[in-house]
Design a protein around this ligand. Structure first.
Ligand SMILES: *Cc1c(COP(=O)(O)O)cnc(C)c1O
Length: 214
C-alpha cells in the first residue's frame, strides 16, 4: 500500500478528536511529500539532525513533533520551529528549553513524559516526581506545558498495556487544569494505538503502520 492510501485509511478509522502524528523517522522526504499531498500535516521525528534537515526541505505549514529523547545541547536547533516537544523528562531539560525559547522570544509547547512502562530503558518522570515537574513548569515563562506523553511496555499482554495507559490518563485528568486550553495526552503507537484511544489518548504517534517497517 502506498503512503497516501495508508494515511487516508488510518484517518478514517480514528476519531476526529484524535490527532494522528505520522512518525517519519528514517523515511525519505519523498514519502513525507506524498503524505502531505493528501493533507497530513503532523509529522514526528526522534533525531534532531534529521528533524532539522527535513524541516528545511519541506513546506512551512508542517507541524513538527519532536518525539524522541532530546539532549540539552541540541534544544537550540529546534526551538524556532518545533510544534511540540513530547519527551521532556528532566528539570534541566525544561530549563534549557525555557532558556532557548526566551532567547528567540518564543514560548515553546511541550509535554512531560511520564514513565509508565515496566521497562527501565524508557525515559520519563516517575509518577511521584510529576507534582514537582509541573510546579517547576509554572515558574518558566518561555515554555507552555500542554499535557503528558507516555509509552507502554512493549508486550503482547494487552491488559498490562491498558493498565499503563489508564495510569497515565488518571494523571492527565488530575493535572488537567495545568495544561491550557487544548490539553494533549500523547499515547499510542502502531502496536497499541487502539487501546490508547479507548483509554483517552488525544494524540497517537504512528510510524510502521503507515510507512512500513524501518
Ligand atoms: C518510533 C516511535 C513511534 C512510532 O512507532 P511505531 O511502532 O513505528 O508506530 C512512536 N513514538 C516514539 C517515541 C517513537 O520513537
Amino acid at each position: 500500500m502506498n503512503i497516501s492510501v495508508a494515511i487516508e485509511e488510518f484517518q478514517k478509522k480514528i476519531p476526529h478528536t484524535v490527532t494522528l502524528i505520522a512518525v517519519s523517522k528514517t523515511k525519505p522526504i519523498k514519502l513525507i511529500k506524498e503524505a502531505y499531498a493528501v493533507g497530513q500535516r503532523d509529522f514526528g521525528e526522534n533525531k534532531v539532525q534529521e528533524l532539522v534537515e527535513k524541516q528545511e526541505a519541506l513546506p512551512n505549514d508542517i507541524k513538527w513533533h519532536m518525539i524522541g529523547h532530546l539532549q540539552r545541547n541540541k534544544v537550540k536547533y529546534i526551538v524556532s520551529f518545533v510544534h511540540l516537544i513530547h519527551g521532556v523528562d528532566s528539570l534541566r531539560l525544561l530549563n534549557e528549553i525555557n532558556k532557548q525559547g526566551f532567547k528567540i522570544n518564543r514560548t515553546i509547547p511541550l509535554l512531560l513524559q511520564v514513565h509508565i512502562s515496566q521497562e527501565d530503558t524508557k525515559f520519563g518522570f516517575d509518577t511521584d516526581e510529576l507534582d514537582k515537574a509541573i510546579a517547576h513548569c509554572k515558574t518558566l515563562e518561555s515554555i507552555k506545558l500542554c499535557g503528558l506523553m507516555g509509552m507502554a511496555t512493549f508486550t503482547s499482554d494487552s491488559n498490562q498495556v491498558r493498565n499503563e495507559f489508564q495510569e497515565l490518563k488518571t494523571l492527565f485528568d488530575k493535572y488537567h487544569s495545568d495544561f491550557g486550553e487544548n490539553p494533549v495526552l500523547s499515547m499510542g503507537m502502531s502496536g497499541d494505538y487502539h487501546i490508547a484511544i479507548e483509554e483517552g489518548s488525544t494524540m497517537i504517534r504512528i510510524g510502521s503502520s503507515l510507512f512500513g517497517s524501518r
